[in-house]
Unconditional design. Structure first.
Length: 248
């Protein structure tokens, strides 16, 4: 059971985007921390870098969680991505095997994407004033028609439908567990567990940056969320989001 996340839940039928709804209506002090906005459908679901998020009406989990992590310095905001990704991957792991976090914060099962995260923060001074953590998790959608390269859902993997409400409650309690650790300053365990669950960690793989295709090994993630890749010659390069591509 969770005592922060989902205590207050706003259930919408259709909205443009649960992140937009939360950001527009988020009224300091009125919306308790942990308020969740859920919708059965989105008309303009947003993904990372202006992508659209595809989700068939009524089939999947589409939600945004409001946090007020004022204790978190701006430079450490990637920790929010980590705890949300960990909460989602813990929950999915109750249903299927081979769940991992594909840097920076996609959730994959084997080499297919099952969930995405879009976190939007407002900053005050050196701290985070509010954070809207949106996630779309593919539960019961059987066919994907958009241009996402490798979508998958739980129903495709399990061959049976998943109860959205039940999944949401497990998710809230798992994300809350990690959020409480963050509040308690237990960042070491968050960092270590994120790395342990990272897709392709310590494995030779092919990547490409704006210069060329190369072989390397993910060896970690820096404080601001940059990916650290070591090449055969021992040189370590740092990449921010969209500066490097995984060649699968
Ligand atoms: C991505 O992988 O590109 C991130 C996708 C995030 C989608 C979710 S669905 C709920 C919330 N509302 C949005 O408009 N986007 C996020």
């Amino acid at each position: 059971m969770s005592d922060i996340i989902g205590k207050n839940t706003i259930k919408l039928d259709l909205t443009d985007s649960t992140n937009n709804y939360a950001i527009k209506n988020l009224d300091m002090g009125k919306w308790a921390e942990g308020t969740v906005v859920m919708a059965r459908g989105q008309t303009a679901g947003r993904g990372q870098t202006n992508n659209r998020w595809e989700s068939e009406y009524g089939k999947n989990l589409l939600l945004s969680i409001v946090f007020y992590p004022r204790f978190l310095p701006v430079q450490q905001q990637f920790l929010l991505s980590k705890i949300v990704a960990l909460g989602i991957s813990d929950t999915l792991s109750l249903y299927v095997e081979n769940v991992s976090i594909k840097w920076p914060n996609d959730i994959w099962v084997s080499n297919l994407k099952i969930a995405g995260i879009l976190i939007e923060n407002t900053i005050m001074g050196n701290g985070i004033r509010s954070s809207v953590a949106g996630t779309g998790i593919n539960l019961n959608q059987k066919k994907f028609t958009g241009n996402a390269p490798n979508p998958v859902s739980l129903i495709q993997l399990l061959k049976k439908p998943v109860d959205c409400e039940e999944f949401a409650l497990l998710l809230f309690s798992n994300i809350e567990k990690w959020y409480k650790m963050l509040m308690n300053g237990e960042t070491k365990i968050i960092d270590l567990t994120y790395l342990k669950n990272l897709y392709l960690i310590d494995e030779e793989a092919f990547f490409s940056d704006n210069k060329r295709k190369f072989k390397g090994k993910i060896i970690g993630v820096g404080n601001t969320g940059q990916l650290l890749i070591e090449r055969k010659n021992g040189i370590i390069s740092q990449y921010h989001f969209k500066e490097v591509e995984f060649l699968l």
